[in-house]
Design a protein around this ligand. Sequence first.
Ligand SMILES: [Zn+2]
Ligand SMILES: [Zn+2]
Length: 230
Amino acid sequence: MSEDIEFSDKNEDSSSMTSQEKQMNESDLSKQLDADKSEKKNVEAGNCYCGKDRNLNIIELLCANCNRWFHESCIGYQLGKLVPFLTNYVFLCKNCSPTGLETFKKSQAQTFQMCITAIANLQQSSLKEGTNKTMFSKDKEIIPYLEYHWEALTTTPRRVTTSWHVTVTKALIKDIHILFVFEDHPDDGHMYGLINSDLTHIKPNYEAMIKGGTLKVTDMGIQHGKIHYV
Ligand SMILES: [Zn+2]
Ligand SMILES: [Zn+2]
């Protein structure tokens, strides 16, 4: 692929251009633009190499370039330990990677990101079990989830003391009404849920990474800038 990979959704993903489109003459230009619009919609609706729908019960990664979701089972790259609903990674699918090989990099997660991932997984598990819970106990469910899945959630080394429990509490409280909803339950204590309980929206904030200079995609591939977390 010789073209620069760009992120604006106005830019055509070159892999989605068919040879037929390329052969169209100028008189067809306006028709082609209309056709592109509708085709682009269809292309965007498709996910993964397999074309199948999203599956929230398995790990899926969002490509930073084509904005399609890819199932872990369809990805060739050795991803290592992950859980569904991570947001602290950069992934490029084979179609978008200039080398034709997937690239994947997980980074340190901020505490609020780990909390979102934990609550999302608890919610999805509850849905699978048929209990349909959206609020979870900080002490009985969220913290144990983080404890159990630490290495899958972040590249930050596991903490030796439990002082991070306080950090989690602070992160949850700080973003009540922004990311989280809170409820004081008589038996289960402090309960938290996601303000947007639609789990399909949980994804890396690639736009912010590009704006913040932590992510650059050029025709040489993805370049990871230095990522600073507090
Ligand atoms: Zn797939
Ligand atoms: Zn892609």
